[in-house]
Design a protein. Structure first.
Length: 462
């Protein structure tokens, strides 16, 4: 039996009763977390492009199947998945897989699942949990099996999205195989341009394509479109790993403990809306401010020791990182993140808004923040440790080290923590979501296994 055969058998035969309590709890947190993150993305734009996108999609018309979250209105499931997928990635507030299987998986799974579930109607909470857990696990495994390129989640997520949509649609065996193959035919994984000053509006676009492809792949497979070759088999020289990974592929990693270990249980929720590799530095900075009652006006310089990769990504070149031009550049600027933490005394969505970017106090503080590569910290591949040193006017230097961010498996969020984050995200909805509706969503997700129709959740958010 090939690796793909094993995966298809697993996807087809697994139901809610096969999930352990830790898998169910982790999946509920992912669902509530992404629900809020999608809502917050509705106001994350540079020049009105998100509103224009929604207007354009609504102008396309079509069958009213699935809700555009936060904005309201129902459109064909393909288009709802596309828009909600983009919104889910805008704030960079979605969870990640830190360490050996890094990447943003939930951002592709949950928007796809909501769009397909609402289209189908009467999809129970148990069915929904199962589809999300299976799709998330597959997305992680496909990536993990591609040795040597741990950031190519924009390609591997297509398979997780297709598996989730297919499971909700009731696809089994050969039709589930066709859905994954059809997803392969739609993969896009371009990384360039999204973070530059002129192209920041692209943020999340690739994820929108992923979610849309997940829905379309499942629908095409259901309609009878067939692919008769193994998309993972090495003998097929056009297989996924040959095309995207140069042939680097470990079938053992793809199927290891399949059905026993669900990789979604090691997901890391985000405390702050920015690149996850900023989080230990932000946690350390906020800790120092509180512990020593440091005032922004007293800060002379901040030096942050980082692993080499984090230093290059977040603090170099320093001239650019101290002067971000849009919210996307700010999300990947540790100089900006720490400076805003010091000026505002906290870190939330407001720190990475266009309004914040016009704050001269934060810009002045950002010019005092510098990164420093530290090889010793690079020896911990399963974490993103940081050492923050803040020097104040009287010459004193305060230092703090943090190895793991809040929300990671080492320092996990509870469901209540995720609910608090969800409420924070709702403050940034393009349309007001009442406290009563927020409460209902939280309660529904917490007791999701008892819900008879998941569409109720989406419509409370639309």
């Amino acid at each position: 039996m090939s690796a793909l055969d094993m995966v298809i058998k697993h996807l087809s035969g697994t139901n809610y009763n096969a999930l352990t309590p830790d898998v169910i709890e982790a999946t509920k947190k992912q669902i509530l977390d992404m629900s809020g993150v999608i809502v917050s993305g509705s106001t994350c734009g540079i020049s009105g492009e998100i509103n224009d996108l929604v207007d354009m999609v609504k102008d396309w018309g079509g069958k009213e199947e699935s809700t555009i979250i936060a904005f309201g209105g129902r459109v064909p499931a393909l288009n709802a998945a596309f828009v909600n997928g983009i919104l889910c990635a805008r704030r960079d507030f979605d969870d990640t897989k830190l360490g050996f299987a890094g990447g943003h998986v939930s951002r592709a799974i949950v928007p796809t699942a909501f769009a397909m579930a609402e289209r189908q109607g009467k999809i129970s909470g148990r069915e929904f949990i199962t589809a999300v857990a299976l799709g998330h696990d597959l997305g992680c495994r496909i990536q993990l099996a591609g040795r040597g390129r741990d950031s190519w989640y924009m390609a591997t997520n297509f398979f997780g999205a297709a598996a989730t949509a297919g499971k909700i649609l009731g696809l089994r065996d050969e039709k589930m195989r066709y859905a994954l193959a059809l997803a392969f035919h739609q993969i896009c994984g371009a990384q360039g341009g999204g973070g530059s000053a002129g192209l920041g509006s692209l943020k999340g676009m690739s994820n929108g394509f992923t979610c849309k492809a997940g829905v379309l792949s499942a629908l095409l497979a259901q309609s009878g479109f067939m692919v008769d070759w193994d998309i993972l088999e090495a003998k097929n020289k056009s297989n996924f790993y040959e095309v995207f990974y140069g042939g680097a592929y470990s079938p053992v990693l793809l199927t290891l403990d399949l059905g026993k270990l669900f990789l979604g249980t090691s997901t890391s929720q985000k405390e702050f809306p920015c690149c996850h590799m900023q989080h230990t530095s932000l946690k350390a900075s906020l800790g120092l401010l509180k512990e020593y009652d440091i005032k922004a006006d007293d800060v002379v310089e901040v030096v942050i020791s980082l692993p080499e990769h984090n230093y290059s990504l977040l603090t170099a070149p320093v001239e650019k990182k101290q002067n971000p031009q849009n919210f996307t550049e700010a999300q990947y600027s540790l100089c900006w993140g720490v400076a805003s933490a010091i000026v505002y005394g906290s870190v939330g969505i407001r720190n990475f808004t266009e309004e914040a970017l016009r704050d001269t106090k934060v810009r002045e503080m950002a010019r005092k923040v510098f990164g420093k590569p530290e090889m010793e910290l690079s020896k911990q591949p399963m974490s993103s440790p940081a050492i923050v040193e803040i020097r104040i006017k009287n010459g004193k230097v305060f230092s703090k080290r943090v190895d793991y961010p809040f929300g990671s498996p080492e320092d996990p969020m509870t469901f209540a923590d995720v609910a608090t984050k969800f409420r924070h995200c709702c403050e940034y909805s393009v349309k007001s979501i009442s406290r009563a509706n927020q409460d209902k969503v939280i309660q529904m997700v917490e007791g999701l296994e008892e819900l008879t129709d998941v569409s109720q959740i989406v419509r409370l958010l639309g």
